[in-house]
Design a protein around this ligand. Structure first.
Ligand code: 13P
Length: 252
């Protein structure tokens, strides 16, 4: 059975003080009311070391939103997977559509990042998903399959156990337009079938496949009720404790 996970992606929000407050608030809320799923928060790099000291890692996992495609050296401004790991973080988001689109991250670059993240003991939340134009042409299955083949299907089955997949249709991110639960389930089931073809049914069944894109407390229960939706990757609604907790509680 795949682990159920609700992960937050803060994106480029919250200064250090605000981020500390948010992490403290979430830690307190989940200490008072234990979650029924794995919870992860992925923060900007500068928050990681501080937030790592604040949270109970038995309840809340910590992740970065990116890491470098090089191990170390003269790459001004970059942050390596090893550095991320050294903060106490356990996860890193890779392949987010915003990084693919605005920072020209290609499948080859993402493959390098995935390899470095795993080599440094991080779990990868790997994002895939089609644009609105691609869905209009009914190309969503081909798009997500190519994204998996391009950056994670070179891994061994043993390595692939450290990959969490996040299906995030680009047209649903930050738009308030959520995929319907049926639409999401259809492609999640497809993604699981592609993983099964590559790694076998057992690995596929154990892979957490999260939905992301305008997920909130009001639509999370319907999405999470679907057999192939193992949780969510949450942007906007992860920035307030009550909103994020509302989604976490969808697993109760
Ligand atoms: P929103 O929840 O703000 O739509 O963002 C989803 C997302 O991109 C998470 O990575």
């Amino acid at each position: 059975m795949a682990k159920k996970i609700v992960a937050g992606n803060w994106k480029m929000n919250k200064n250090l003080q605000e981020g500390i407050e948010l992490a403290k608030g979430l830690n307190e809320a989940l200490a008072a009311d234990k979650p029924n799923c794995g919870v992860v928060i992925c923060t900007p790099f500068i928050h990681l070391a501080k937030v790592s000291e604040i949270i109970n890692h038995n309840v809340i996992g910590l992740g970065a939103e990116n890491c470098a495609d090089k191990a170390s050296g003269a790459f001004t401004g970059e942050v390596s997977a090893e550095m991320v790991k050294s903060t106490g973080a356990e996860y890193v988001i890779l392949g987010h559509s915003e990084r693919r689109e605005y920072y020209n991250e290609t499948p080859e670059i993402l493959k390098e990042k995935v390899d470095l993240a795993l080599a440094n003991g991080l779990k990868v939340i790997f994002c895939i998903g089609e644009s609105e134009a691609q869905r209009d042409k009914n190309e969503q299955n081909a798009v997500v399959k190519a994204e998996l083949e391009g950056s994670v299907f070179h891994l061994s089955a043993e390595q692939f156990k450290n990959i969490v997949i996040a299906y995030e249709p680009i047209w649903a991110i930050g738009t308030g337009k959520t995929a319907t639960a049926d639409q999401a389930e259809e492609i999640h089931a497809y993604i699981r079938s592609v993983i099964a073809e590559k790694y076998g049914a057992e690995v596929a069944a154990d892979t957490s496949i999260l939905y992301g894109g305008s997920c909130k407390a009001s639509n999370a229960p319907e999405l999470f009720a679907k057999p192939d939706i193992d949780g969510g990757l949450i942007g906007g609604a992860s920035l307030k404790v009550a909103d994020f907790k509302g989604i976490i509680d969808a697993w109760k």
